[in-house]
Write a protein that binds this ligand. Structure first.
Ligand SMILES: Cc1cc2nc3c(=O)[nH]c(=O)nc-3n(C[C@H](O)[C@H](O)[C@H](O)COP(=O)(O)O)c2cc1C
Length: 347
């Protein structure tokens, strides 16, 4: 069982690398932040700090949940946490389920806290976790928050995946009521609609990571793992990230902080996310692919460029800080516009 899980984790790393990361999947292309010809910012004073509830973040860029549990996962976690420490970024580990069942997997998660003793680190478990498991995962890495992931499409496409999801919302509430760090409820690449964002907030969730379509696609990954391929006709399932973001921001009406993730590839995608109301922008597949293909120092440069590009956009939009960027008008066109119209959402 534990060995099968380790193999699956390895396959997820491998197949996520084989996914197309082409611009045609960029769901942010229909979003434009309005230029401000009367910008009065002083570039060097631009402030990109943000917060998720009481957690203060120096940068809105988050390294999202990817891995852990096996040798390769430990190496990835070590390299990512070195970068998180150097650049002062929050970072999530991948699902710790494997380490709850197999103590030999614990060190691949603990490494993240060892490398970065004072950093902001998020634990990660599925929505079927018990309160005790949640507490163990948090203690394992002295986490500042717990990510609870929602991944029904992935589970049902996995031969070894879960088949029953009854009680998810009640279980999330139960965990929130019994742990002493904030909970971030996240998708894994299929998005969160306004109905579910509202239900989550009503159940006490105060941070939501929409993780929509446009990047890592676990139906496509499971299709690559499965032989012969069977899910090909379902690979376009899900909610594009900017739409999920707009739906969720509208639904929660300032009662929760929203994180944008799913297909983010550059500073412009992140800036558009922040202008649409996100408090932070999280990257998984894109960072992993740079780490694998170009190495850690290249990834570090890319992240600095992303932060720099967010500041360029803020300067051109006339925003001194992220609160001001959120107030700048954003234009929505094309498919995104039609989607929002059909859902009766005005921004
Ligand atoms: C190899 C890989 C493994 C992942 N494992 C997890 C996981 O264990 N828990 C989780 O919440 N999300 C996991 N994710 C999902 C990401 O955190 C993120 O929600 C999703 O990949 C969409 O973002 P992206 O398009 O930037 O990759 C994983 C992503 C990748 C690429």
């Amino acid at each position: 069982m534990a060995n099968k899980r380790k193999l699956r984790k390895k396959e997820h790393l491998k197949y996520s690398m084989l996914q197309e990361r082409k611009s045609k999947r960029n769901t942010f292309k229909d979003v434009t932040i309005l230029h401000n010809c009367l910008s009065e910012v002083t570039f060097d004073d631009i402030d990109i700090s943000t917060n998720l509830l009481s957690i203060k973040l120096k940068s809105p860029i988050i390294i999202n949940a990817i891995t852990g549990g096996m040798k390769e996962g430990k190496i990835v976690n070590r390299e990512l946490s070195k970068i998180a420490k150097k650049l002062g970024l929050a970072m999530a580990v991948g699902s710790q389920r494997i380490a709850l069942d197999d103590s030999s997997a614990v060190s691949s998660f603990k490494i993240v806290r060892e490398v970065n003793p004072d950093g902001i680190i998020f634990a990660n478990l599925g929505a079927d976790a018990t309160v005790e498991e949640a507490i163990k995962a948090i203690e394992m890495i002295e986490a500042n928050a717990l990510q609870i992931h929602l991944n029904v499409p992935q589970e049902i496409m996995m031969k070894e995946g879960r088949r029953s999801f009854a009680g998810t919302l009640a279980n999330i509430s139960e965990i929130i009521d019994n742990i002493n760090v904030p909970v971030i409820v996240k998708e894994v690449g299929f998005g969160i609609a306004k109905e579910e964002a509202f239900a989550l907030v009503e159940s006490g969730v105060k941070i939501i990571d929409v993780s929509g379509t446009g990047g890592t696609n676990f139906i496509a990954i499971e299709d690559m793992r499965d032989k012969p391929k069977t899910f090909n006709n379902l690979v376009n399932w899900g909610i594009p990230t900017p739409i999920s973001l707009i739906e969720s921001v509208n639904a929660v009406d300032n009662r929760a902080d929203i994180i944008s993730s799913g297909g983010l590839k550059n500073g412009l995608d992140a800036a558009k996310s922040l202008a649409l109301g996100a408090k932070a922008a999280a990257f998984a597949g894109y960072f992993l692919s740079i780490l694998f293909k170009e190495g850690p120092s290249s990834l570090e440069k890319h992240i600095l460029q992303i932060e720099q590009d967010i500041m360029y956009v803020m300067a051109m939009a006339g925003a001194n800080n992220l609160d001001e960027l959120r107030k700048r008008p954003v234009i929505i066109q094309g498919k995104l516009y039609n989607w929002l119209k059909s859902r009766g959402i005005m921004i």
